[in-house]
Design a protein around this ligand. Sequence first.
Ligand code: UGA
Length: 415
Amino acid sequence: MTAACFAELGHGVCVGDIDEARIRSLEAGRPAIHEPGLVELIERNRSRLRFTTDAREVFAAARIVFVCVGTPPTHSGDPDLSAVWAVIDGLPAASDGLVLAMKSTVPVGTGRKVRLELDSRGHAAVGYVSNPEFLAEGTAVADFQAPDRVVIGSSEEAPGDAVAALYEELGAPILRTDVPTAEMIKYASNAFLATKISFINEIANVCEETGADVSVVARGMGLDPRIGPQFLRAGLGYGGSCFPKDVAALKQLAGNSGYHFQLLTAVIEVNELQKRRVVAKLAKHLGALRGKTVTLLGLAFKPDTNDMREASSLVLAARLLAEGAHVRGWDPIALEEARGLLPGVELYDDLLVALEGADAAVVVTEWEAVRAFPYEQAGRVMRTAVLVDGRNVLDPDEARAAWFVYESVGRPSLA
Ligand code: UGA
């Protein structure tokens, strides 16, 4: 993504990855993750992009090397930084003047550790810059091209200037800071957004008890510019490769340094429980779920991506299977990714076929095809017309007019 976007800005970019299959796919113009506009971007900038599995080729070709490796969570909640250290290990002896720009999300303090390591290995003339990533999946190309802000953390001026210069033409505010502050901005931003989601989900749950409508509550709150309208969509909770990992990592980071981050503990717990509330909503209308067929509409963690990491569908499917339900899953593009992750779930690429004979459907991911839910045809093929809208994207009146039993999150239920 970053490579294709920098190539679009006119730079020559050499992309290195240890995964040969991934490099071959990229060479063929097929990135592993579905991202709107990315295939076209790679195609358009083919002459400026080079792909390799040889790290030496990358270090030989570039003055600035962006580190964009994965930092997946370990069992303790701390991120696994082995891929980051592998990049440092691969630095050639003669690397003076090179700048390492860290895009991967790494715990606050990592940059300082890398600096010490570089110095002790004779790489004092290699610059280090923290340049956290704020792209969201599904809108990553647009987010890169029109960022809200670019954060550049460095302890020396020159490497920071070199990285800042790459972004200047985008016209976004560029915040220059020290390395730990840049690292913390990334974690704090994601943790705050996750907090907003858990907050509105708790408000939604109270709305369900009191008869208020959370979507209108969110609109009313969002009109206050101090609160803002974004990330107040109640639903099944947050998933994906970033929020769950980063919230856990920040909590862990605080804990490791002796501080108990109570708020984040609650944010995580609310998020976990939120997915499970669907089961009670289904049981309210279907009784015991044993032997019932439930279709999950959407499996990816959000629309416009095939990313299944920490998707709500994973927890939901496992819960429903544990209740003895037959679980089906429909998704327009994530089926291949879902296959190994959802044992016991029947997968479908045709929405109506997935609904045939089902006792209930649950909206898990708000794909366009789900937003345009075919009430009439669905009502004809389903055994019972029960619809639990886990993303509040359908119109309750329309659902009722089509004789569906409709439940959503934090909006008055119309049974
Ligand atoms: C998130 C951030 O939005 C990006 O700014 C950040 O750069 C990225 O993580 C990252 O750290 O790399 P992303 O995970 O791609 O981006 O997706 P979001 O659009 O933020 O959605 C995350 C989850 O929150 C999804 O499961 C979504 O359904 C859920 N969500 C979002 C809600 O439940 N309610 C909302 O109001 C908004």
